[in-house]
Design a protein around this ligand. Structure first.
Ligand code: PLP
Length: 409
């Protein structure tokens, strides 16, 4: 008899987006003529930058000739892309990262999800609340938690990000071994200063813990004094792994390219307390289970770092940030407290009522879809997330409708 991994039974049905889809479909059936505007899911809506497309085409043409054809590439990614990343995203900002510390992948979702495989089962894990659900669910699948109880998994440490701490969690009181952090944050849109980040690095150094730092939204940071990488904090190279993605930076959500940085100095410990290289572990994992990102896609990603590419990706994120500013302004005028949207494509709105109730209200009265904050964790209850990934025209129309609906209450 084939037995299942019963940890999967602990998972709360991936209910957030399926429940949204169910409610939206039911509404559309009843209101077939209404144009629903979706500001829920965090997927980009604009085309890939022209420079990336050009590089993509060129690389596809190379695949058409025996002389330039490429088969399996290096599992860790092509050197041409790893070099550009190390130079442009890290060394140019004073973070000492070398190309061989960068692992190219097909997504930050898989990397943030798979990384926990490298840790012992009894590793104590801290996750933000509200949280990007991948960090939690992958640890549940692996068996690092007990049952779901009162909106949380027993066995995880939740780092609360609420109005009370301005959405920057405080250090855990109990000792933890792995800490997931995400800045600019999904879902709150909040970002962090160097002074706010430093204590986390100090904590990890003191406790021989590891920070898994998700910077998938770094392209939206507009204040140059804010850290773009955790490696801008002294000592972080020994205790932090950083995840980045071309998805939101350059519109690669459907194209798939991301990377994970593991400094060679980062260590994990065996049960005897002896150190081992985390870099070597991930390298072993990737070369066993992963065969690299396709050559044309890595060429398209490389084009992001050309001068034209840099201009074009900046235009993309500027566009979404302008949308986010419109959302923030409109909701603010209606009297709602909002965070995010200034260095992130998400605006986190205090709904002053149950998140699903607010979701239903916006759907029924305005035909606008947002994401109920409760789906991201207990601390998200009472909030909703607006995504700025849509056309400006749709954002404006959505906000007109939302304003009218809420004013008429
Ligand atoms: N990390 C965070 C915080 C995200 O919000 C997302 C996507 O929404 C990802 C990672 C996934 O990125 P990718 O498209 O590279 O898998």
């Amino acid at each position: 008899m084939i037995r299942m991994n019963e940890n999967y039974l602990k998972l709360q049905a991936s209910y957030l987006f399926s429940e949204i889809a169910k409610r939206v479909n039911a509404y559309q059936e009843k209101n077939p003529d209404q144009k629903i505007i979706r500001l829920g899911i965090g997927d980009v809506t604009r085309a890939l930058p022209a420079t990336c497309i050009e590089a993509f085409h060129k690389a596809v043409d190379e695949m058409a000739q025996d002389a330039t054809f490429r088969g399996y590439g290096p599992e860790q990614g092509y050197a041409f892309l790893r070099e550009k990343i190390a130079e442009s995203d890290f060394r140019s900002r004073g973070a000492d990262i070398s190309a061989d510390e960068v692992f190219i992948s097909d997504g930050a979702k898989c990397d943030t999800g798979n990384f926990q495989e490298l840790f012992a089962l009894d590793t104590r894990i801290a996750v933000p609340d509200p949280v990007y659900p991948v960090y939690v669910d992958t640890n549940v699948m692996a068996g690092r938690t007990a049952a779901w109880k009162e909106g949380r998994y027993e066995g995880l440490v939740y780092l609360e990000s609420t109005d009370a701490n301005d959405y920057i969690p405080t250090l855990p009181k109990e000792k933890v071994d792995v800490i997931y952090l995400c800045f600019p944050n999904n879902p709150t849109g909040r970002t962090v200063t160097k002074d706010q980040l430093r204590p986390w690095v100090d904590y990890a150094r003191e406790h021989r813990a590891l920070i898994l730092y998700d910077a998938a939204y770094v392209a939206f940071i507009r204040d140059d004094s804010l850290p773009q990488s955790i490696y801008e904090i002294a000592g972080a190279q020994e205790v932090a792994v950083e995840f980045r993605s071309f998805s939101k930076t350059a519109g690669f959500t459907g194209t798939r390219c991301a990377y994970t940085v593991i400094p060679r100095r980062c260590q994990v410990y065996d049960s005897q307390g002896s150190p081992h290289s985390l870099h070597a572990l991930w390298d072993r994992r990737q070369s066993t289970k992963f065969n690299g990102v396709s050559y044309p896609i890595q060429r398209a990603a490389e084009a992001v770092f050309s001068p034209a590419g840099q201009r074009q990706v900046r235009e993309l994120s500027d566009y979404y940030l302008a949308n986010a500013a419109l959302i923030r302004e409109a909701l603010g005028k209606l009297g709602f407290k909002c965070v995010g949207g200034d260095h992130a494509p998400y605006v986190w709105v205090k709904a002053n009522m149950d998140s699903w109730k607010f979701f239903d209200l916006l759907l029924q009265k305005a035909g606008v879809v947002c994401t109920p904050g409760g789906g991201f964790g207990r601390c998200g209850e009472g909030y909703i997330r607006f995504s700025a990934f849509n056309s400006q025209a749709n954002i404006e129309l959505a906000l007109q409708r939302v304003s009218a609906a809420l004013r008429s209450l």
